[in-house]
Design a protein. Structure first.
Length: 70
């Protein structure tokens, strides 16, 4: 197996950090807000909100090294 160039590894690490931070910001905003509106302008139902939070927690676990907490 060939190793990745250092610049590519660093770029991947930066991308993961950016995705981690974005997922955490979205999760924190959802937890703070009383109502959430989707990209289509419709309000999330309770189940939709829970599903989105599950997706964000999964993204945080993936991009933040498994550490969902701040």
């Amino acid at each position: 197996p060939t190793s990745l160039p250092l610049a590519k590894v660093e770029a991947q690490r930066e991308q993961r950090a950016a995705e981690c931070a974005a997922a955490r910001r979205q999760r924190d905003a959802m937890l703070a807000a009383q109502r959430i509106r989707g990209a289509d302008g419709q309000w999330y139902t309770g189940e939709q909100r829970l599903e989105k939070l599950r997706e964000l927690e999964k993204a945080i676990a993936e991009h933040c090294g498994g550490n969902a907490a701040r």
